[in-house]
Design a binder for this molecule. Sequence first.
Ligand SMILES: Nc1ncnc2c1ncn2[C@@H]1O[C@H](COP(=O)(O)OP(=O)(O)OP(=O)(O)O)[C@@H](O)[C@H]1O
Ligand SMILES: [Mg+2]
Length: 263
Amino acid sequence: MNTLKIVNLTVKVDDKIILKDFNLDINSGEIHVLMGPNGIGKSTLTKVIMGDPTYTIVDGKIYYNNVLLNELSTDERARMGIFLGMQLPMEIEGVTNADFLRTALTTKEKENFKLYEFIKKIDKTVEMLDMKKDMIHRGVNQGFSGGERKKNEILQMYMLNPSFIMLDEIDSGLDVDSLKIVGESVYNYYKQNNPGILLITHYERILDYIHPTHVHIVSDGKIIKTGDYSLVREIEKYGFDKTNSKKVNSIGVCAIKEKIENE
Ligand SMILES: Nc1ncnc2c1ncn2[C@@H]1O[C@H](COP(=O)(O)OP(=O)(O)OP(=O)(O)O)[C@@H](O)[C@H]1O
Ligand SMILES: [Mg+2]
C-alpha cells in the first residue's frame, strides 16, 4: 500500500498564503477528484507535492510512504514514484521526447533499463494514445497543440510507471475522441497498476471514464467538503464559473457553502 499524506499544509507564493491547514490522505487504489474555482490553489497543491521551489511551505508536512517529502528534490520525489501531469505542460527545447524519457528511466532503473523494451513500450503507448509517430522524436512538447501536450503527459505517465499520479486538468483542450482515449488510458493504467490518483478537473465528463472514489471541494485554502460522485452533480448544479470572474466564482462557492451549512 502506497500512501500520500498531507498534514496541516500551509503554502505561500510571493508572500501570499494560498493553502492553509490543508489536509488530505490518498492511498493506492483511490481516485480523489479535487474541484474548486479558478485561482483557489489546486495546481499549487500539485506543484508543492512535486517539490517546485517557487512555492514555500510555511507549515505542515507531506509524506509519501511515511517518508517526509518537504526537503526532497523533485527528482527524488519522481524516483519514489510520484508523477505530475501538468495543467500547462512546458516545452523543452532541444531535448526529444524519446531522449527525455530514456534519460528519466535510465536514472530511475539504472542497470535494469532495457532499450528494446523501452522502444517497444513507447511505440505501443504512442499507438494507444493515437499520437503521431514522429512526436517521440520531436522536442518535448515543441510545437505540440494543447491536446497533443495533454496526451504527451499520459505518454510520460505510462513510460515512467508511477505509483502516485496527479493529473491537473488533463481533460482541458481535448476533443471528444481524445478525451475518451485519455480517460480510458488513465483508467486502464489504474486498473493494471493500482496507483493512488489525484485528479483535478472543472468538468464532469472526464469522470465518465475515470471513476472517482472521493470528491473534494477546495475553498479558502482547504478542503471544505468531501463526498462521493454525487458531489460532482452538486457542483455542476451550483457551478464554479468558467469565465474566470472572481465575483461569480465566490457566488458559486457561497452557494455551496450555504448548502453545506444548511445540511
Ligand atoms: N508562481 C506564482 N507567482 C505568483 N502567484 C502565483 C504563482 N503560482 C500561483 N500563484 C497564484 O496562486 C493562486 C492559486 O493558483 P493555482 O494555479 O494553484 O490555482 P488553481 O486552483 O489551479 O486555478 P485554475 O482552476 O484556474 O487552474 C492564484 O491566485 C495564482 O495567481
Ligand atoms: Mg490550476
